[in-house]
Ligand binder design. Structure first.
Ligand code: ASP
Ligand code: MG
Length: 241
């Protein structure tokens, strides 16, 4: 059983939340599942990195911007691996390039082209939980790239699709997909299930809950993705055929 779980920035905001996510992951490892955890940067870390970079050079190159922004996910991946390790389960963090995620060279909005699964499989075979940085990869020239804001969702779906995972779960700060933003509209209704096309429509109309390429990739690979709350443990919304 191979499970991919992605945790967003709010779900990793502080030590307690990282530890809560690590606990859920450890529970799966205990049951014998192979687990890949994809992480976003903590809280608003990416926004703060953008601000700091702009203070230094408002017109910094897109290559250096990506080298800068990729560090947010690297930090949370290391923290997550440490938190899982603290619960007694071996875990290893991998950057996008260590995980074999190749992209084009469109810095700031790169597209995933392929995955070389060798390193991830080696770590899983050795009994490790594998924590992969979301939102980043490497281009053919060996440069770090990022996938566009919100791109960690796409990393999770790409790993789940290419490695043929049995389950792909996206943990977030809402308990599923709604017809409108539930943080703004208290009467928004939640979907138990939603089709890829309806989901694409919602995202195209501005829903932030999933990154657009992630839904396209899931549709292309017929991968069912569950969007659920990192805080409640309740079932969320299944995005599927
Ligand atoms: N950390 C990146 C962002 O804030 C990627 C992500 O969270 O998915 O956009
Ligand atoms: Mg997001």
């Amino acid at each position: 059983m191979l499970i991919v779980q992605k945790y967003g920035g709010t779900s990793l905001q502080d030590a307690e939340r990282i530890q809560a996510a690590a606990k859920r992951v450890a529970g799966l490892a205990q049951q014998g599942a192979r687990v890949i955890v994809v992480v976003s940067a903590q809280g608003d870390h990416t926004d703060r990195l953008i601000q700091s970079a702009r203070q230094i050079n408002p017109r910094g190159s897109r290559r250096e911007m990506d080298a800068c922004l990729a560090t947010g996910e690297q930090l949370s991946a290391a923290f997550m691996a440490m938190a899982i390790g603290a619960l007694g389960y071996p875990a290893v963090s991998l950057t996008g390039w260590q995980a074999g995620l190749k992209t084009d060279n469109n810095f700031g909005n790169a597209r995933i082209l392929s995955l070389d699964p060798a390193r991830i499989n080696r770590e899983l075979d050795a009994g490790n939980v594998v924590v992969v940085t979301g939102f980043q990869g490497i281009d053919a020239g060996g440069n770090i790239t990022t996938l566009g804001r919100g791109g960690s969702d796409t990393t999770a779906v790409a790993l789940a699709a290419f490695l043929k995972a049995d389950v792909c779960q996206i943990f977030t700060d809402v308990d599923g997909v709604y017809d409108r933003d539930p943080r703004k509209y208290p009467d928004a209704t939640r979907f138990g299930r939603i089709s890829y096309d309806k989901m694409l429509q919602l995202v195209e109309n501005g829903a932030q809950v999933l990154h657009l390429p992630c839904v396209e990739l899931a549709k292309a690979h017929k991968l069912t993705v569950e969007v659920l709350s990192a805080f409640t443990g309740e079932p969320g919304t299944l995005v599927g055929p």
